[in-house]
Write a protein that binds this ligand. Structure first.
Ligand SMILES: NC(=O)c1ccc[n+]([C@@H]2O[C@H](COP(=O)([O-])OP(=O)(O)OC[C@H]3O[C@@H](n4cnc5c(N)ncnc54)[C@H](OP(=O)(O)O)[C@@H]3O)[C@@H](O)[C@H]2O)c1
Length: 221
């Protein structure tokens, strides 16, 4: 079955998605409450995260080369990284070692560099191939459902990937935390890559602590 895809973001009131202090506790506690089987992460988001939190990058160890054993009853989500260009080469062990992640899967395309595929295979990272130049996201999400049995995927990515998930109607809802601040003109706007229009239906509003507001919208087909 095609998985349900929910987009989750924290945005400033003026629609920036970076360039301000995101309340990570609120962001991830809402994300966790959505109970995803998998969290979809764009390669730029994944790389930025590593650069932000790891300096220097810890060296890969022997145990990092093995896929983690399945633990019965483990409800942690799998991290699924969209990476047709191999930007995460040499960095994926950071994701494999995150406490809140039970496995790492990579989405690649037919033109993904062979040395990246070799890197993935040598380290037992499962990967799914779809699309020629970039990943065909609709097909890839379908494959994630068929191959791994995921029924709910939450996208924790920036504007570029999430706009495609809206344009292609892969996502069925938006979970947006609005932070009470104006980030100013120096950052990209969340919806600047959108190519379509979409009608939304407001499903939930909730006041969180520190002036944050959580909004949930269904994206109408
Ligand atoms: N505020 C929030 O809630 C939030 C959440 C997450 C991230 N962020 C921030 O967002 C920033 C990164 O956002 P971003 O938008 O630059 O990067 P991103 O979300 O990582 O988006 C880039 C991803 O989109 C894929 N992509 C681009 N065009 C595509 C196409 N035509 N078909 C298929 N896939 C395509 C890329 O794939 P390839 O790798 O294959 O090219 C890449 O994986 C970072 O600063 C991060 O901290 C904010």
């Amino acid at each position: 079955m095609f998985p349900e895809v929910i987009i989750h973001n924290t945005l400033s009131l003026d629609n920036a998605f970076y360039g301000f202090d995101i309340d990570l506790e609120a962001h991830y506690s809402i994300l966790t409450s959505l109970a995803p089987d998998a969290v979809l992460v764009g390669s730029d988001t994944a790389k930025t995260g590593v650069e932000m939190f790891y300096n220097p990058i810890p060296a890969e160890t022997k145990s990092d080369l093995k896929r983690p054993e399945k633990v019965p009853g483990d409800t942690r989500p799998v991290s699924v990284i969209v990476d047709s260009r191999g930007k995460l080469k040499g960095l994926l062990h950071i994701y494999r070692n995150l406490e809140h992640v039970r496995d790492v899967i990579v989405l690649v395309s037919e033109t993904t560099p062979a040395d990246y595929l070799k890197y993935l295979e040598e380290r037992e990272y499962p990967y799914l191939m779809s699309g020629y130049d970039r990943v065909d996201l609709k097909e890839a999400v379908g494959l994630l459902g068929d191959t791994f049995g995921f029924s709910r995927i939450v996208s924790d990515s920036g504007g570029r990937l999430n706009c495609i998930l809206i344009d292609e109607r892969i996502a069925s809802s938006l979970s947006i935390i609005i932070a009470p601040l104006i980030a100013g003109p120096d950052h990209r706007r969340y919806f600047e890559d959108i190519d379509s229009t979409a009608d939304l239906r407001l499903k939930k509003t909730e006041n969180l602590k520190n002036g944050l507001v959580h909004l949930v919208y269904d994206i109408m087909k």
